[in-house]
Structures are given as structure tokens and as C-alpha cells.
Ligand binder design. Structure first.
Ligand code: G3P
Ligand code: MG
Length: 251
């Protein structure tokens, strides 16, 4: 992304919004991320039963709402009726599961968004998940501020074939991707960003990626020590539950 080229300071990305201080993947968490000065928002996207792009991390609504069930078995209206805040704290009671379009409404129009597509166990749909996402990004005219990332590299490959201009980030899945270089993983799907967890991060991964012109991101960076490891390995994109705190360390 252009902002990366413009600064040496690492970009601070709010993981599921400011999920350390507000319920993950809710508008409260995204508003908090803006207040915290995050440079980018990361959120997880799945498809509802009626094909809407819903912002939720898990396969089910069980952990983060007062409902039960798999997200692809529930309609937009059923999802909208759930309380997605009370599990985190009483003051967040009444927070709703947002849809991607709701998130755009509360973010500054130039704030970059990392859309992480979750496809695990998701039944195939027609039209496909990737074509729905491409259509959404085009209709909303947000391609300039979007990176699409996923652990599902086949999905990313299909997305890239649909639209070569989209920025794509590959997520590193330890058991599956072990021994494979970041540059090879990214190149295979037309990706320009490689992201792994702080525990998987090794300097040689960053060196390989940088040689190939691939930007490296790291998630699970929630302490000063973890930030130190990421920065000393050469990571440029820090994905954290605590953007305000991480920003205070890098400025
Ligand atoms: O996008 C990086 C990170 O969000 C991947 O892990 O499980 O938090 O979605 P997860
Ligand atoms: Mg995620």
C-alpha cells in the first residue's frame, strides 16, 4: 500500500478492530480503532445464508453473541437480531454483528481495510464468495483502500483471476505451509503481502519476502516484547489488539 512506501515507521493495524478494548469485529471496536489512531483495520468476513458479507471471526455465532448456529445457516435478519457485545462487557450490550457495508459507514473514507476472508467449512455458493466480494469492492469503489487476505490460498487465486488489480495478502498456515517460502506462497496467487503470526515469524522469512518485493505483516503482536521481535525481524505491518499501545511504542 502507498502508505508503506511513504514511511519507515511500521503500520499499526487494529486486529478485528481494537479488540483488546471492545468486542471484536463490532462497530464499537472499529470506532475505537479510529480513536486509537490505527493506520488500518483488519476484520474477518464470511457469507450469511442469504449471501451477505458478514463481519465475524468464528464459523458460529456461539462465542461472541447470545445466539447459536453456523453463520451460513443464518440470514441477515437473524444475525442482526443478535447481541454481539454483552459477552465482552455489559457496557457493550446491544452491539450488533456488522455487515461489511455497515463498517464502511463508520470509518474515515481513506482508512485502509484488510478484509480477511474466512472460508473454512463454508458451503460453496452461487454466485461464488469471490465474485460477491469483487462486486462489493467495485460497487463501493473502495479498491484503493482494500487488501484482501486469507489462509485459503485457492480462494485468493480465484479472486486474483477475477480481478488482477486487487491487493492480495497470503496468510501463513503453519502445518500446511511449513518449509515454503513467503515469496513463493505470495507469487502463486498474485499476492503482494505475506502475513504470519508472531510465533511463526523468522528473520529468514522477512529476508526472502523483501528480496521479492513482498511486504511482511505479523499478527498476534500485543506486547512491547513481541513488537520488538517483529520490528527487529524487519516487519512493516503490525497487527494488534492494542493499536493505541503499539503506536505509543513506535512513534
Ligand atoms: O489477518 C491476520 C489474523 O487476523 C489471522 O488470524 O484467526 O485472528 O483471523 P485470525
Ligand atoms: Mg483475522
Amino acid at each position: 500500500m502507498d502508505r508503506l512506501a511513504a514511511t519507515r515507521r511500521p503500520l499499526i493495524v487494529a486486529h478485528r478492530g481494537s479488540s483488546g478494548s471492545a468486542p471484536e469485529n463490532t462497530l464499537a471496536a472499529f470506532r475505537q480503532a479510529v480513536a486509537d489512531g490505527a493506520d488500518m483495520i483488519e476484520l474477518d468476513v464470511r457469507l450469511s445464508r442469504d449471501g451477505e458479507l458478514v463481519v465475524l471471526h468464528d464459523r458460529t455465532v456461539n462465542r461472541t453473541t447470545n445466539g447459536r448456529g453456523k453463520v451460513w445457516d443464518l440470514t441477515r435478519d437473524e444475525l442482526k437480531a443478535l447481541d454481539a457485545g454483552s459477552w465482552f462487557g455489559r457496557r457493550f450490550a446491544g452491539e450488533r454483528i456488522p455487515f461489511l457495508t455497515d463498517v464502511l459507514d463508520v470509518l474515515p473514507s481513506d482508512l485502509p481495510i484488510n478484509i480477511e476472508v474466512k472460508t473454512d467449512d463454508q458451503p460453496r455458493t452461487a454466485p461464488s464468495f469471490e465474485s460477491r466480494l469483487v462486486r462489493f469492492i467495485r460497487d463501493m469503489r473502495i479498491a484503493y483502500r482494500i487488501i484482501v487476505s486469507s489462509f485459503d490460498h485457492a480462494f485468493l487465486g480465484r479472486l486474483h483471476r477475477l480481478d488482477h488489480s486487487l491487493a492480495i495478502g497470503v496468510l501463513y498456515l503453519p502445518l500446511r505451509d511449513i518449509g515454503r517460502s513467503p515469496s513463493a506462497l505470495a507469487r502463486k496467487v498474485g499476492g503482494s503481502v505475506f502475513t504470519c503470526s508472531i510465533t511463526q515469524l523468522r528473520t529468514r522469512m522477512v529476508e526472502d519476502a523483501v528480496r521479492a518485493g513482498i511486504v511482511v505483516g505479523c499478527y498476534g503482536v500485543n506486547t512491547r516484547k513481541q513488537l520488538g521481535k517483529a520490528v527487529s525481524c524487519g516487519v512493516r505491518v503490525i497487527i494488534t489488539d492494542y493499536p493505541r499501545e503499539m503506536k505509543s511504542y513506535v512513534v
